[in-house]
Design a protein around this ligand. Structure first.
Ligand SMILES: [Zn+2]
Ligand SMILES: [Zn+2]
Length: 109
């Protein structure tokens, strides 16, 4: 970056540029740039980057996501207990009476 010293800030023409924004390619002074995700970026590009994120995490979106997660967990829990009930019903009645354990080795009293 040998040509950086001759460049001036896009917003402040009296100030020397310290960095070039990778988003728009313009040169900026220390005051006009900020760090975002380990990258040096200008304020305009930072706003552009953050806007879709704000839209995605709107309160309505979060509420819908939370309600969907709650409904899915409730459904999963209900299905798990339903399967356990099915298995318990499929076990023969002899098992519940305790007679299934009686065989030639352990005859009923
Ligand atoms: Zn930029
Ligand atoms: Zn500046």
């Amino acid at each position: 970056m040998s040509g950086l010293h001759q460049k001036v800030c896009l917003n402040h023409h009296e100030r020397e540029a310290v960095a070039r924004c990778p988003g728009c390619g313009h040169f900026y002074c220390r005051e006009c740039i900020s760090e975002h995700d380990g990258r040096i970026i200008c304020a305009a590009c930072l706003r552009k980057l953050l806007r879709p994120v704000e839209k995605q995490q709107s309160p309505v979106f979060r509420w819908v996501a939370r309600a969907t997660a709650f409904g899915l967990s409730l459904l999963t829990g209900w299905y798990a207990f339903y399967l356990v009930g099915k298995i318990l019903l499929s076990i023969p009645t002899d098992f519940h009476n305790g007679t299934v354990w009686h065989n030639d080795l352990f005859p009923p009293p």
